[in-house]
Design a protein around this ligand. Structure first.
Ligand code: PLP
Length: 337
């Protein structure tokens, strides 16, 4: 079905694909006229799963092709991308250096614990959670005679985003098999690789599915704006895959009503969405990405921006280990506005 010759792009197998899709009947009942389904990328199978597995299959494939002997990447203290990269490096026998925002904490719950179990070397970068200090680290690794592969923040370059172009074709095939017609595809959007990759898959397949990215990070809108970044990345990804295609920032739909107080600051809506999925469907969302994306989805349905009679597929991008970082805040009765 796909026009891309995927064999031309080296991949290492890190997870189990396709990830399942299934309906969410209980939550659907509370959404007027909407039929809600979920795609389970929290079940990719690599170290508690997540959307980064798909990017890393291509990113590590390329690192090996380029004869790199270690991986370097960056993220927030509770970065899922860093945890997944640590796991990918362990499987590929490549040492991993993680540059994490913040200072070494007294206790290390959630992803930090897992990063250490996976054997990654942790570097703490204070306020700089997006890899600003990486060039200096790369320099020093090179001086030691190593050939480091720099995996960008969120794994979002054309090589990584290609994983989500492929994922879009995976979804189309699944839908075709079970006769499911998806109208809206809803997912959290942050460093943009997921969004850009899905846009490329949509463009190359000619699918009419509407892509609805739910923004989770205010910082992403400084400077030129996330829409420009995503459109640029989609263009570069299509070119990398051998099928150049123009993308305009106007085609990038981002729902920004769920941003709250910013990245990783859980608010009442995020928390309510997490409780709704857990109690209604026995399914865990995370406090930073998928909880917020579900909150954004609920707001859109309430406002009528997702119309009655439509089928919505919610792409669960993972992130659940950070539930254990937020701990009992998730249970506190007092839900901040
Ligand atoms: C990284 C991440 C996202 C965002 O994906 P981008 O490609 O960075 O936009 C969404 N959900 C989870 C759980 C993530 O770890």
């Amino acid at each position: 079905m796909s026009v891309v010759n995927w064999k031309d792009f080296p991949q290492v197998e890190l997870g189990f694909f396709p990830t399942p899709i299934h309906p969410l009947p209980v939550i659907s009942q509370s959404l007027p006229g909407v039929s809600l389904w979920v795609k389970r990328d929290d079940q990719t199978g690599l170290a508690f799963g997540g959307n980064k597995t798909r990017k890393l299959q291509f990113l590590v494939g390329r690192a090996i092709e380029e004869e790199c002997d270690c991986l370097v990447t960056a993220g927030a203290l509770q970065s899922n991308h860093c945890r997944q990269t640590a796991a990918a490096g362990a499987k590929a026998r490549l040492p991993v250096h993680l540059v994490l925002g913040g200072t070494p904490p007294d206790s290390r719950p959630g992803n930090l614990l897992l990063d250490e179990l996976l054997g990654a070397t942790l570097h703490f970068a204070g306020e700089k959670r997006k890899g600003e200090t990486i060039p200096a680290l790369i320099e020093s690794l090179k001086n030691e005679g190593l050939n480091p592969c720099h995996i960008p923040y969120g794994g979002s370059n054309p090589v990584g985003a290609a994983g989500f172009a492929l994922a879009f074709f995976e979804l189309l095939e699944q839908c075709q098999k079970i006769g499911l017609v998806v109208d809206n595809l809803v997912f959290p959007s942050s460093s943009g690789g997921t969004h850009a990759g899905l846009m490329v898959g949509k463009a190359l397949s000619g699918s009419p599915i509407r892509l609805v990215g739910i923004a989770v990070d205010k910082e992403d809108f400084k400077g030129e704006g996330l829409e420009v970044k995503i459109a640029d990345l989609a263009g570069q990804t299509a070119e990398w895959l051998g099928h150049p295609h123009p993308f305009s920032p106007k085609e990038v739909f981002l729902e920004k009503s769920a941003l709250g107080a910013g990245y990783g600051v859980m608010n009442g809506d995020d928390k309510r969405a997490i409780h709704t999925f857990a109690k209604g469907e026995g399914l865990f969302l995370d406090p930073v990405y998928t909880g917020r994306a579900a909150a954004g989805l609920f707001k859109m349905v309430e406002r009528g921006d997702i119309s009655e009679g439509s089928t919505v597929l919610f792409w669960h991008t993972g992130g659940t280990p950070s539930l254990f970082h937020y701990g009992e805040d998730l249970l506190s009765e007092e839900i901040q506005p």
